[in-house]
Every structure is written in structure tokens, then in C-alpha cells.
Ligand binder design. Structure first.
Ligand code: GZL
Length: 368
């Protein structure tokens, strides 16, 4: 069961909307277009744009996860020790913005102590990070999982101490309201679909496209690929996918893979990168090879980092679909609701924006 709630204005409104919506109160102030993902165009005023989530249904009575069903003790966040487990090293603006958002909201709420760790993209380290924070007394865990599988030892350690886990960013293959309370994140299939629509617009639906896949082992890569491939198959059979290779969500690997593809697939006229860092690496490779990214080779990616949106403004990038990492307000608002006894939906899906040549200049300040 998924719930969405829209509220662009301020983090407090988004949080208030979440509280209203999942208490099954008609939150017209928070409601927005049903699809939510129409991609409200960000404006320069969105400097501190918080996450938008769009309500698509009230929480049916008796569903969702409550504190008593989960079996955790009540907790006043102001007197709590909260642990945040980051998955990838913070040389990716997505990760930097995500961690900062958690820190900022913890400070705003006045959490007694926030513990933070970074697994440096290593699953064993994310497991030990979480176990270490539990040993340090963490009473609530917010986790950005590296992979969809493999966190069981950490989840079991949290359950043994009746410490709830809120997952953000990537979805884990585990049991909601037992191994974790809820998933807060984007609709990644939708992101892939929207990237394909942007690619069709940029290419006129013809040419040869290479896909720079994200890291393996997580639902983000799987879903962004599925969304893109299915939409292209349906909408633009004249746009042929000639290569799919992982760039591990990093700029260096994205550049390396693009350098190889330029040699092996010289007919490439478009690149879909499953995150901005790989897309920017591809731009470097294309430019070094004497090509004109954004012009003779179209580039579309996902995240919404400032560097990628600026590349649209500079003319060597074509479109970016946002994957908003600013989970702080929503994560803590969800925790506040959970501890107040409200039922939390299994999935809380955020609404992501989109950037192209029509809005990039006015919106780059709102990118991260
Ligand atoms: C998406 C997140 C992805 C980002 C990448 O929620 O998991 O991981 O899109 C990051 O930038 O590497």
C-alpha cells in the first residue's frame, strides 16, 4: 500500500500533510494531481525545495504499521539517540545532500544525539555500521540501504533490541512492519519512463542509445532500466538500444565505459545514464573524443544534481529527471507519526521534478 502527499511549499507543510493524510483526514491543502509525477517545474524559489509527496489514497483502516504492531517502545525524538546509515561514499552530490538533509532535520527537531555512518559502498561495512550504532545506544535507525538484499544481520540486530528501522532511498527485500517500518523514496520505474520520454523528445525518436546502468544489486538500477526500456519499446522503436553497461553510479566509471563505447559503438547518438554522475563522466568522454554532447549525442540522466542541471544550461546536456535525496523532513515526520501511534504505509513515494532546456536556468539553484 502506497501513500503520496503533495506539498511543495515548505518542509513543515510537507510534514503536516503527511501527518494529516495518513491519519485519513482529507488533506486538500496537500493534495495535488493524482499522478503526482507530472513533474511540477521547479522554480528558482525552490532553493531549499523539500520533498513533495502526493496523496493517492487514504490509509485504509487497520492497514499500515503501528508502533504496537511493530513492537517497539514509545520514544520522544527530542530525548532520543538516532542512527543514520549512509550507503555510498559522499563524493556523489546525491549522497552529500541526503546526509546533510538528515543532519539538518535532526538539528531542527532537537534530537538528543544523531549518530551517522558511511558504508563506502561496502555491504559488510553497512552491516557493521548499523551494529555499531546499536551498540552505541541508537533507539531509531534511518537507513539508506546499499543493496536490496543482504542487510539481514543488521535488521536482526535492530529487531533484537526493538529498534525500529525506517528505510529511505532504496527498497529492501524484507518484511515491512517486522524488519523495517516503511520505505520512503521515489518511483524509479517512473523515473526511467520519464527519462525515456525526454530522450524521445531530444532525439525525435530515432538513433542509437547506450545505457549507463547503475550499480548492480539494488532496485534503483533494475527499475530505472525497466522504466526506460519499456517506454522506449512502446514509444520509439526507431531508437535502438545498442549497449547496456554499468558505470556503478560513479563519474569515473561512467567516463571509462563511455570511452570504450565510443570506440566499440561509433554510431551512438544518445546516452541514458542512470545517475547524473555517470552522465557527466560520459560528457567528458564524448568531449575528449571530439563529439558534441547535448547536440550530436543527446544526454539524459536521473538525480537533479546542480552540475547536471548546469550542463543543460551550458548546452551539453538535454534533460535530468530528479531523484530528490532530501529525506530529512519526511523521515523525521514519519517517525513522529509512528511514535504518536499512527499507522505508517509500507511505501511513501515522493514526487520528483524534471529539468530541461526550458526550465534549467531558472531552476539550477534548486538542484543539489
Ligand atoms: C536513488 C539513489 C541512487 C542515486 C545515485 O535513490 O539510490 O544512488 O540516483 C546514487 O546517484 O548512487
Amino acid at each position: 500500500m502506497t501513500i503520496r502527499l503533495s506539498g511543495r511549499r515548505s518542509r513543515s507543510l510537507a510534514a503536516a500533510c503527511l501527518l494529516l493524510a495518513t491519519a485519513s483526514i482529507a488533506a486538500t491543502a496537500c493534495s495535488k494531481s493524482e499522478d503526482g509525477n507530472s513533474g511540477a517545474t521547479p522554480g528558482a524559489s525552490d532553493q531549499a525545495a523539500q520533498q513533495q509527496v502526493t496523496q493517492s489514497a487514504t490509509v485504509p483502516a487497520g492497514s499500515g504499521c503501528t508502533l504496537s504492531a511493530y513492537g517497539a517502545p514509545k520514544l520522544d525524538l527530542k530525548n532520543a539517540v538516532v542512527g543514520f546509515s549512509q550507503s555510498e561514499k559522499e563524493d556523489n552530490p546525491f549522497r552529500i545532500a541526503e546526509t546533510q538533509s538528515i543532519k539538518d532535520e535532526a538539528k531542527k527537531i532537537g534530537v538528543k544525539k544523531l549518530l551517522t555512518t558511511d558504508a563506502q559502498s561496502q555491504l559488510p561495512k553497512q552491516i557493521s555500521d548499523i551494529q555499531d550504532m546499536l551498540a552505541q545506544g541508537a533507539q531509531l535507525l534511518i537507513v539508506a540501504p546499499l543493496n536490496s538484499d543482504g542487510l539481514e544481520p543488521a535488521l536482526q540486530a535492530a529487531a533484537a533490541k526493538h529498534v525500529p528501522v525506517i528505510t529511505i532511498d532504496r527498497k529492501i527485500n524484507a518484511t515491512s512492519c517486522k524488519d523495517y517500518v516503511t520505505f520512503l523514496g521515489s518511483n524509479f520505474v517512473e523515473q526511467g519512463k520519464r527519462a525515456a520520454d525526454a530522450m524521445v523528445k531530444a532525439t525525435g525518436g530515432k538513433g542509437q542509445v547506450a545505457i549507463l546502468l547503475g550499480a548492480s544489486g539494488n532496485n534503483v538500477t533494475t527499475d530505472r532500466t525497466k522504466g526506460f526500456v519499456d517506454e522506449l519499446t512502446a514509444k520509439a522503436p526507431g531508437l535502438k538500444i545498442v549497449a547496456q553497461q554499468t558505470g556503478d553510479f560513479t563519474r569515473d566509471k561512467g567516463q571509462q565505459v563511455m570511452e570504450q563505447l565510443i570506440q566499440s559503438k561509433p554510431g551512438i547518438t544518445a546516452v541514458y545514464a542512470e545517475n547524473d554522475e555517470m552522465g557527466l563522466g560520459a560528457v567528458t568522454a564524448l568531449t575528449s573524443a571530439g563529439k558534441k554532447p547535448g547536440k550530436d549525442v543527446k544526454v539524459v540522466s536521473v538525480d537533479g544534481t546542480r552540475n547536471a542541471v548546469q550542463a543543460i544550461v551550458d548546452g551539453h546536456y538535454n534533460a535530468v529527471i530528479e531523484s530528490n535525496p532530501r529525506f530529512g523532513p519526511l523521515a523525521f515526520a514519519t517517525a513522529q507519526k509512528f511514535y504518536s501511534g499512527e499507522a505508517i504505509p509500507e511505501n511513501v513515494i515522493i514526487t520528483d521534478r524534471a529539468y530541461d532546456e526550458g526550465n534549467a536556468a531558472a531552476s539550477v539553484a534548486g538542484a543539489f
